[in-house]
Design a protein around this ligand. Structure first.
Ligand SMILES: [Zn+2]
Ligand SMILES: [Zn+2]
Length: 194
């Protein structure tokens, strides 16, 4: 087994992780070219994961017909959950909680799915939020979240595992919270999605 960001290795990791307590979330930073393939793989192996959608991405429009259709399928066909990948940068000095509420409501309206989860895009680079502004009833996914306490957090941010590929961690932690960015994962060549 070779560790890389190929979808076939992702599938191997999913199979190996079946005996591990693991929660998987995805930040959709770039156009959702391969998310349906990932979603299908997860669904076939009995995983229910979360996909966090951006409203301020430079390279995709979550509200376009094409991308809305993809995001709806994640929930309707594969049973995954949808969340808001929030960018606080756009609301500096504004009412952050009102902005989160507005964006979540907009996504709920266009997707016809509840948005009860949120994560932050590039919190270390672009700034995060005070966790107290997260809406009541909404679960906050970020490295500084209370929810992450007691869980082993692994992320492929920047196309790099800081502590080695997830497969090397399986069976070594009581609970893993895995964040992946679908754009790093490829069918044929590493740069096909970004
Ligand atoms: Zn690996
Ligand atoms: Zn992001």
């Amino acid at each position: 087994m070779v560790c890389n960001f190929s979808l076939s290795h992702y599938q191997e990791c999913l199979v190996l992780a079946k005996s591990q307590r693991i929660e998987i979330v995805h930040d959709v930073d770039f156009p959702p070219n391969n998310v349906l393939q990932i979603a299908e793989m997860e669904h076939a192996l009995g995983y229910r994961t979360k996909y966090f959608i951006r409203l301020h991405a430079k390279l995709y429009n979550a509200l376009s017909e094409e991308h809305l259709a993809i995001f709806k399928l994640l929930a309707e066909r594969y049973g995954h959950e949808l969340g808001l990948h929030f960018e606080p940068f756009f609301y500096q000095n504004g009412d952050m909680q009102a902005a989160i509420r507005q964006e979540a409501l907009l996504l709920e309206k266009v997707l016809g799915q509840p948005i009860s989860y949120m994560s932050i895009h590039s919190p270390l680079k672009a700034g995060g939020i005070d966790a107290r502004v997260v809406l009541p009833g909404m679960r906050y996914y970020c490295h500084d979240s209370e929810y992450y306490k007691g869980k082993k957090y692994l992320s492929d941010s920047g196309g790099r595992w800081r502590e080695g590929c997830v497969c090397g961690h399986l069976g070594k932690h009581e609970q893993i919270l895995l964040l992946t960015h679908p754009n790093w994962w490829y069918r044929e060549t590493p740069s096909e999605n970004y």
